[in-house]
Design a protein around this ligand. Structure first.
Ligand code: LHQ
Length: 263
């Protein structure tokens, strides 16, 4: 597995755990961290059945490493469009398209693209003391990493605009109340609870989770009619899967299912 200084990678019992590991820079995203993240996620679909993303130290992630895109002392301004094309956009697409559930455990600050990266994950837990900041306005930028897509759809126009325009910090409890995260948990329980969920998902019907992600993502862009057709097609395929056979058998036999995620 890829490893290294900026990203800790560990795979155990079907869970691929990725820990952003630049605590002295509050896990700011630089090129090295991006390439390690992409490489790890590319390999995830090969064997893991769930992914857990967290950060080390006192922050989850503060978004872009601004030292890498500092306009001072350059003859040309930094090419932020290229940065998005080569790093953030592929990362968000990769997480959303990954046919595995992605759990995210947020501790401390999640700022800028760090916050929106968390919101791109499938099951987001945050420590009660965590806080979310959009932060883009502070440096004259637009919310990226899918923020302008996710926020108005998730929390509504008024809250989305209020949040990004005021630059207010959002507590974990408020993020939960707004539906941005699944759950705020006691600080001491964050990692343990996230690991428990990831382990449970890794034992679940992996193909059904992949289809669920696909259907949920498609719903943002299509009519009920087309969505009903998609659900039919996905259900048709899943009805032929070993996990469906096992799930129904386990129900009938009043026992716990043993899902394999197989085809
Ligand atoms: C940092 C950073 C950081 C580098 C703290 N970079 N070092 C996409 C494409 C291209 C370009 C631009 O952006 C994007 C998307 C984005 O993500 S834009 C948003 C970028 N993020 C921010 O603007 C947040 C900047 N950080 C902060 O405002 C503060 O650090 C917060 C409020 C998050 C935390 O404040 P404190 O708890 O007071 O910590 P600190 O500021 O003292 O930071 C600790 C260290 O981390 C410090 O380093 P140093 O060597 O001085 O101890 C900071 O420089 C470093 N750091 N954020 N984004």
């Amino acid at each position: 597995m890829p490893g290294g200084r900026s990203l800790e990678v560990e795979e155990r019992d079907g869970v691929l755990s990725l820990t952003l590991n630049r605590p002295d820079k509050l896990n700011a995203l630089n090129r090295e961290l991006f390439s390690q993240l992409m490489e790890a996620l590319d390999r995830a679909a090969g064997g893991a059945r769930a992914v857990l993303i967290t950060g080390s130290g006192r922050a989850f992630c503060v978004g872009q490493d601004l030292a890498e895109v500092d306009p001072r002392g350059r003859s040309e301004p930094p090419d932020l469009g290229r940065t998005l094309t080569e790093t953030y956009n592929p990362l968000v697409r990769r997480i959303r398209a990954l046919p595995l559930p992605v759990v995210c455990a947020v501790q401390g600050v999640a700022a800028g693209a760090g916050a929106n990266l968390a919101f791109a994950c499938d099951l987001v837990l945050a420590a009660r003391s965590a806080r979310f900041l959009q932060a883009f306005d502070r440096i004259g930028l637009v919310p990226d990493s899918g923020g302008t897509f996710t926020l108005p759809r998730t929390v509504g126009w008024a809250r989305a605009m209020g949040w990004v325009l005021t630059g207010e910090a959002l507590s974990a409890e408020r993020a939960e109340a707004w539906g941005l995260i699944w759950k705020a948990v006691e600080d001491d329980h964050l990692l343990g609870e996230a690991e428990t969920w990831a382990a449970q998902l890794a034992e679940g019907p992996t193909r059904a989770y992949a289809a669920t992600k696909q259907a949920m993502a498609a719903a943002a862009a299509q009519s009920l009619d087309r969505q009903l057709d998609l659900e039919r097609d996905l259900q048709d395929a899943l009805g032929r899967s070993p996990d469906y056979a096992e799930g129904v058998a386990a129900f009938m036999e009043k026992r716990k299912p043993r899902f394999t995620g197989g085809h």
